[in-house]
Design a binder for this molecule. Structure first.
Ligand code: ZN
Length: 154
């Protein structure tokens, strides 16, 4: 069973938890160190991680921890979901699905279809797939520091 990682572990101190890598996505995914990921987030969105924007790979919705907190979630819950599940899972009203276009939608990386385009390697060597930053320049910068060949990953 695939252990989904989350627990806001990238945005707070501590280990990231384990995650089984999905090899089907290697050709479309970029892999970066947590250190570079954090530095890039800070450069483009500032030091307040609650304002960092992440993009859903299905509907393209950009979402931040603040957006989830507005739905009544705790900061910790919000940090769990912000780069892992589309906010549409908790929004009221009409939302999209993978089959039926709509924004926001109910997509989550914890489901059957993993459309992650970004993999981050934590300080402890654990890996996690997550939503990309909702900023093309930020992602361009990450691509420059990414591991070109998955086999080069330390
Ligand atoms: Zn979505």
């Amino acid at each position: 069973m695939d252990k989904t990682f989350g627990a806001g572990c990238l945005l707070v101190d501590g280990p990231m938890g384990s995650h089984i890598h999905n090899s089907h996505l290697v050709d479309t995914m970029i892999t970066v160190n947590q250190k570079d990921w954090l530095a890039t987030g800070e450069k483009f969105f500032g030091t307040d991680k609650k304002k960092w924007k992440f993009k859903c790979p299905v509907c393209g919705n950009a979402q931040s921890i603040e957006d989830f907190e507005k739905l009544g979630m705790s900061a910790k819950e919000a940090a769990d979901y912000v780069y892992f599940s589309c906010i549409g899972r908790w929004s009221k009203g009409k939302i999209g699905t993978m089959m039926k276009k709509g924004k926001p939608c109910d997509y989550t990386l914890g489901g059957l279809f993993k459309l992650g385009e970004l993999e981050v390697i934590g300080e402890d060597g654990s890996k996690g797939q997550l939503f990309v930053f909702a900023d093309d320049n930020a992602m361009g910068e990450l691509e420059k520091v990414s591991f070109k060949d998955p086999l080069d990953v330390p």
